[in-house]
Design a protein around this ligand. Structure first.
Ligand SMILES: [Zn+2]
Ligand SMILES: [Zn+2]
Length: 257
């Protein structure tokens, strides 16, 4: 079995003490590829070192919508940092009104800047949407996201929002919260997303899936997300793994050997 964790933060300090062990466990569990997602531009150098040392990790360049920074990213700055051959996406970016460390107007400007850079680079955008569906989907539409494509990461909304995103050609990625007991509606959404548009992720170190909820999350645990989604889609785990890995490789323009 081969699984692709399409969104994790493996370079975070949460893994500084045992990163090699984390990669070892991944390998054993069949998690053969991961995407290390950025939340600030200052991370780019660290991510570059990581992907150069490991052939199963790719990375993105971007600034999280709710991350406070001294200098706002510009299109030029993002494009300049995203030249590495293993930088295969832009983000994570988007809109987040759950916490508001960053003013809505600033988030919006930042989000549009990322999408414009992604167009120039022809790379998909990793979108973080939390408690901000209307404005987030509107911006995606206005900025013509379909031209470069993207991923609704850690999708946590309803079918209405999912279908609007799907209509714009977005992929929908599910994380550990799809396994949480109360999230029947989200599982229903995961059951309805078309085959060619579904991805899985951990968003580790956050959001560990059931039965490991509350622990530090790690890419290995994406197998629990995969199992949950395989169940709601009435498909064998093996097939769901093959499907989501192929989708992730296509979305990130990674040649699957
Ligand atoms: Zn996020
Ligand atoms: Zn994230």
């Amino acid at each position: 079995m081969e699984l692709f964790d399409s969104h994790c933060h493996i370079d975070f300090e949460h893994f500084d003490d045992d990163r090699d062990d984390v990669f070892g466990r991944m390998q054993e569990a069949g998690v053969s590829r991961i995407m290390a997602v950025a939340v600030e531009l200052e991370q780019t150098e660290r991510l570059t070192r990581l992907v150069e040392a490991r052939d199963n990790v790719w990375f993105s360049v971007g600034v999280h919508p709710n991350h406070e920074v001294k200098q706002e990213p510009t299109v030029e700055k993002i494009c300049g940092l995203a030249q590495h051959e293993k930088c295969v996406a832009i983000g994570e970016t988007g809109m987040d009104f759950f916490r508001t460390h960053v003013d809505a107007k600033v988030q919006e400007h930042r989000f549009r800047t990322h999408i414009r850079a992604a167009h120039l680079l022809n790379k998909p955008v990793i979108v973080h949407m939390r408690d901000a569906d209307d404005v987030c989907l509107r911006i995606l539409k206005e900025e013509q996201i379909a031209d470069c494509g993207g991923i609704m990461h850690c999708f946590s909304s309803n079918w209405e929002a999912a279908s609007q995103a799907l209509d714009m050609g977005m992929s929908i990625s599910f994380s550990g919260n799809v396994t949480f007991k109360r999230n029947d509606e989200l599982r229903e959404v995961a059951g309805k997303v078309p085959d060619e548009s579904i991805l899985i992720e951990t968003d580790s170190p956050y959001l560990a899936p059931v039965p490991l909820r509350g622990k530090r999350n790690e890419p290995t645990f994406v197998q629990h997300v995969a199992q949950c989604i395989a169940d709601v889609r009435h498909t064998p785990l093996q097939d769901l793994a093959t499907l989501t890995t192929r989708n992730a490789c296509q979305r990130f323009h990674i040649t699957q050997s």
